[in-house]
Every structure is written in C-alpha cells, then in structure tokens.
Design a protein around this ligand. Structure first.
Ligand SMILES: [Zn+2]
Length: 224
C-alpha cells in the first residue's frame, strides 16, 4: 500500500454493505464509495478523523449502495450527502440514468466516467474500470493494487445477473478482466458475503468457482 493511501472499510446496514473511505493521508481529502444507510454516522466519522470529503464514487445504482427507494423503504444515501456536503458524484456513463432515477440527483451533480479514466487524490491515482454484468454501468475502482469491486466480484462469488439490466455474458468478460489484474491485488467487495472482509486476488481465484470458468461456452452452461 502506498504511504499516502487512506483506505477504510465500514460495514453498514442490514444487507451487510461495505462502504469505503479512500483518499490521501497527507491532504486528508477522501472519496466515499457507495455511501448509504447511515449517512450522519459516516459524515460524523469523517469529521472525527479530520478527513475532508472531496467526491463520491458509485459502483452501481442499486439503492443498498447509493440510497433511494427499495422494497417499500427509503434508504439514506448520496442524495442526503449532497444536501449537506455537495461534491461530484463519479458514475460510469452507462449508469447515470439509473443513479438519477433511484436517488433524484441531477445531471450537474454527476461526473460521468468511462473505463480507463482516473481520479487523483493526493498522491493516489484511482482508475475506473467498467465492469458491466450486474448492471450496465457497474464499475470497480483500482488504486495501488487495491480493487474495490462493488457487486461485480465477491470473494466467494459474483453479483446477480438475473436482475433487470443484468447481462450474464458481460459478467463473464468483466470477471476475466478483473482476473488479469496482479495476483497480489487486494479485493474489497461490496458486501460481507464470506468470512473474510478482503482477500488477495490469488486467494479469491482459489476459492471462487466463477473465476475458474475459462471459456464462454462453459459459462453459458453453468449460468443456464
Ligand atoms: Zn447490486
């Protein structure tokens, strides 16, 4: 891990979501990744740690990650943060409509990004990786051999591909893409679905059956 990289994982809400704080130890600027559920507590925590919110990064538009209406309840998320501390929301260009629809944020709140785009915070270079499959504009964030993977890749599985907007074959290609990252990359998933809270990509490849499928025909058979 780079000397300047601040990376903190917090588990919030009844669906075991992981929210991440990522940024610079020296400048104290940070981004919140997928902030939802306990917004007051998150902002309070930033204050306590003397961190300044400079951006919000969104892996995908599902309300358990960014807030909004879901199954008859309203989950606090990015809209509530924007009302208190407005910052740019970095979202993949294919996910913008979903994010606006679910949270009510506007075009001017969003910074649309594409795969290969970068965001610099202090000495840290965060790369955006477009990983469609779970949703059309799902993205992961790669910084200095750390990968925040949202609902694309879990330590023991991958995101659902039977939801509206999901695409099983795109998921296959996205997982192949993530597998090409260095084996000592540390995976930080979007939910606490396995015993560990993070794992190296090498460990993940060993225990995750979805990463052992080596061609698209086998993938189609397995996924039905
Ligand atoms: Zn999701």
């Amino acid at each position: 891990m780079s000397e300047d990289l601040y990376l903190e994982q917090l588990k919030l809400g009844p669906m075991e979501n992981f929210v991440y704080i990522i940024g610079s130890k020296s400048t104290r600027e940070v981004a919140l990744i997928d902030p939802a559920w306990e917004i007051d507590r998150l902002l309070q925590h930033l204050k306590q740690e003397d961190l300044k919110l400079s951006s919000i990064l969104v892996t995908h538009y599902h309300p358990d990650h960014i807030g909004g209406g879901m199954m008859g309840q309203s989950i606090p998320g990015i809209a509530e943060i924007m009302a208190i501390e407005p910052v740019k929301i970095y979202v993949n260009k294919y996910e913008a409509e979903g994010v606006k629809k679910v949270t009510g944020v506007s075009d001017s709140d969003l910074q649309l990004v594409d795969s290969g785009d970068h965001l610099q915070i202090g000495e840290n270079d965060i790369e955006f990786l477009h990983t469609p499959g779970h949703t059309p504009g799902s993205q992961c964030f790669s910084v200095n051999k750390n990968l925040v993977s949202g609902d694309t890749l879990f330590i023991n599985g991958c995101g659902r591909v039977d939801l509206p907007g999901s695409d099983s074959e795109q998921m296959y290609h996205s997982l192949q893409h993530l597998c090409s990252l260095p084996d000592d990359t540390i995976l930080y998933p979007g939910h606490h679905y396995s015993e560990e809270e993070s794992a190296t990509l090498a460990e993940t490849k060993k225990q995750n059956v979805y990463l052992r499928v080596s061609d698209i025909d086998s993938w189609r058979q397995i996924m039905g």
